[in-house]
Write a protein that binds this ligand. Structure first.
Ligand SMILES: Cc1cc2nc3c(=O)[nH]c(=O)nc-3n(C[C@H](O)[C@H](O)[C@H](O)COP(=O)(O)OP(=O)(O)OC[C@H]3O[C@@H](n4cnc5c(N)ncnc54)[C@H](O)[C@@H]3O)c2cc1C
Length: 394
């Protein structure tokens, strides 16, 4: 007979752990999180850039040792132009993802969640089964540690899960930990270049003085070659002390977050990362929380239809913003370097002041439309997006 849990969660990162924490908030459900890596939070493949507001909504007050840097400036560049944004009002920080994930794991464990590392989920039965002595259970989960059964299964396996179904909108990224004098403490850098990073950009996230995470992503690029050339362009020596390569997903959310009335998909696995920047700590974390609450309610009401509240509430928060981000993505994928330069050249000082004023790290399309809002910008957008431009501006 297989071990029974009310809920089995595959993937012990931000979305899976937050779902686990929420389901067990009332303390009466058995929940296990299975993580295939040997350690929660490791290997860290994330830039860790988040807003303090976002963290608060996730129920995490980052302790000082989790905060690697406060971000008060951002330099955004096209191949030939750049502008600086003052981001102080947005309360952005760079977090140590290893510590964040472990912090949430501890919150979940204190609610009664069991976390098992080096335990890989291999498959979930499609068939509904009634397991002896567990009338509520109906799914068999095959893992590297044998078979388990559960009532609800949560897929929080990240982009890996998405790749199994569809590769559309998945880009390869590389992110290195770098020591270099050109990394300025508190200043994020974003470099657009259609030829070098098609559909995406290169970035620097400082974690201290002369220390930071330097990354690139793009459609069809070789991240190692692109990173070497990006860091080489800085003209001064640097040392790479850690290298990580990972896929990112920018295709937007999948159609259904629930299947068979008992399987729930959350986080990167559901495409819930921002289509502009692939940032997902906040939107994926919120998905975990909303899914966890819906599962808890489904138990309480003995009605799996309640699970759909999760999809409804996540879309209620993110649908419009993500739709606009998908339009910006279309621009990013089609714009050439000459047009990109024209666009950056047209950004005035008053626009920059306005962007800094409205800010919005988690919901940033209002600020982005300011960049495209000049006469030149609108002309460019119209040429690329046609009538859809209206959807971006309303
Ligand atoms: C280079 C890079 C930089 C990023 N920078 C930022 C940033 O600055 N800010 C931001 O907000 N977001 C950033 N992101 C995105 C962010 O990391 C993700 O959106 C977020 O981690 C998604 O969380 P998740 O729990 O859904 O999935 P993941 O964090 O991907 O976690 C999935 C977990 O499932 C586990 N797993 C996979 N398969 C199995 C299996 N079969 N069985 C058991 N476990 C399994 C994995 O080991 C992993 O622990 C970045 C991503 C990348 C790649």
């Amino acid at each position: 007979m297989s071990d029974y849990f009310d809920v089995i969660i595959a993937g012990g990162s931000v979305s899976g752990l937050l779902a686990a924490r929420e389901i067990t908030a009332l303390g009466n459900k058995s929940v296990i999180v299975m993580e295939e890596d040997p350690e929660i939070g490791t290997p860290q493949h994330c830039g860790g850039l988040v807003s303090m507001d976002g963290m608060k909504n996730l129920g995490v007050i980052p302790p000082p040792n989790m905060i690697e840097a406060k971000i008060n400036q951002a330099k955004i560049s096209s191949p030939s132009y750049s502008f600086n944004l003052n981001t102080e009002g947005q309360n952005i920080i760079a977090l140590d993802r290893r510590l964040l994930d472990k912090h949430i794991a501890l919150q979940a464990q204190r609610n009664g969640v069991e976390i098992r590392t080096r335990c890989s989920v291999r498959s979930v039965s499609e068939k509904k089964l009634n397991v002896d002595n567990n009338p509520g259970s109906s799914q068999i989960v095959k893992t590297s540690e044998g078979d388990f059964s559960c009532k609800f299964f949560v897929d929080a396996r990240g982009v890996a899960s998405m790749i199994q179904n569809n590769r559309h909108g998945i880009f390869q990224s590389g992110q290195y930990e770098v020591y270099a004098s050109w990394i300025e403490n508190g200043k994020v850098e974003v470099q657009f270049d259609r030829d070098k990073y098609p559909g995406f950009f290169a970035w620097i996230i400082p974690t201290g003085f002369g220390v930071g995470k330097v990354g690139v992503a793009g459609n069809g690029i070789n991240p190692a070659t692109a990173l070497k050339s990006y860091m080489g362009s800085k003209g001064e020596k640097y040392s790479v002390v850690r290298k990580v390569y990972a896929p990112i997903c920018v295709s937007g959310p999948i159609e259904n977050f629930i299947s068979d009335g008992q399987k729930v998909v959350v986080g990167d696995a559901a495409g819930q990362t921002k289509p502009t920047t692939a940032g997902g700590i906040y939107s994926c974390g919120m998905a975990g929380i909303l899914a966890g609450r819906a599962i808890s309610n489904a138990f309480e009401k003995n009605d799996s239809n309640v699970l759909w509240n999760y999809q409804q509430s996540w879309l209620g928060i993110f649908h419009d913003e993500f739709n606009k981000m998908l339009l910006v993505r279309r621009l990013l994928e089609r714009i050439d370097n000459k047009t990109l330069d024209q666009l950056f050249h047209s950004v005035s000082q008053s626009t920059i002041r306005e962007i800094c004023r409205i800010g919005g790290f988690d919901f940033h399309t209002a600020a982005l439309t300011k960049i495209f809002g000049s006469r030149q910008g609108i002309k460019i957008m119209k040429a690329i997006l046609g009538n859809e431009i209206r959807r971006l501006l309303i």
